[in-house]
Design a protein around this ligand. Sequence first.
Ligand SMILES: Cc1cc2nc3c(=O)[nH]c(=O)nc-3n(C[C@H](O)[C@H](O)[C@H](O)COP(=O)(O)OP(=O)(O)OC[C@H]3O[C@@H](n4cnc5c(N)ncnc54)[C@H](O)[C@@H]3O)c2cc1C
Length: 269
Amino acid sequence: MASSKNCFYAKKLTDVFYQIKTISELTITGGCTSFTEKELPDKSLSVRDIQELKLIDKHERYIDFGSAVTLSEIEDLGDANLPPTIYAAISNIANPNIRNIATIGGNICSRDFYCTLYASLLALDARLEFQNAEESVFKNFMRFDSIPKETLLTKIRIPIEEWEVVVFKKLGPDNMLNELSASFVFLANSLKNQVSDLRIAFAGSFRYRDIELENKLIGAHLPLSEATVSSFIADAKASFDKATKDTNLNPILRQQFQNLVKYSLEQLT
Ligand SMILES: Cc1cc2nc3c(=O)[nH]c(=O)nc-3n(C[C@H](O)[C@H](O)[C@H](O)COP(=O)(O)OP(=O)(O)OC[C@H]3O[C@@H](n4cnc5c(N)ncnc54)[C@H](O)[C@@H]3O)c2cc1C
């Protein structure tokens, strides 16, 4: 039977906006690795070959990636040239064949699930650039919810900072995603033996970051006392339970979150 799916390809950003205007119900795609054949939208436009979206631009304080940069192109930069949690997340996604095709934009814009890179970008306060025919806007990752209609993700700006403690953990099965999949990230810095910055992020079937919780540990003296660790773990559990109360999060993931917070704090003692 002839396929009713129409896959379009764009070579330039201006072509994308033209096609969005002229073809109704067009879905922007990257490498299409997140779709089975059945799930593929009836009309899709791949931005994977657009040179403007393939830039990698490293600055002193941040690195910009065009949304069509593939995961393997990022991985090839090596862990010395990337924030460690980004490198760890990318090299844990799927397998090398898929990473050759899959784009960073597709990983961020996934439907119904926060993919493996998400927690790292959330913890690092990445910024996202979106464009439509009229304008381009930058949004903080924390504020990113969904992509407005007729708009595409064009750039991802990732801050480059040194972190003394970096914990990244991909939970669930290797090389694939299911309901037990999630990513956990913990980052910490100190100044004069006190915690000066702390980030905790978790993403999978839902996303979690609580700045109020993070602030509770800022200023704590290092090494952390047992009382400080216990009290923070209790606060983290309460915050996570509150954030997930309306979700049907698997209890295994809830327990794994607590274990990982404990493990991460032990790196500070
Ligand atoms: C065997 C297998 C294992 C996998 N394992 C993992 C894993 O371990 N971790 C993981 O995170 N993922 C995994 N995936 C899912 C997927 O491969 C990745 O998430 C990948 O990064 C998606 O990128 P893509 O370019 O193929 O996106 P696509 O499939 O093309 O698109 C994904 C979504 O993003 C939207 N989109 C894409 N680009 C843009 C853009 N520029 N602007 C607006 N919207 C856009 C699309 O409309 C779609 O909704 C796996 C997939 C397979 C088949």
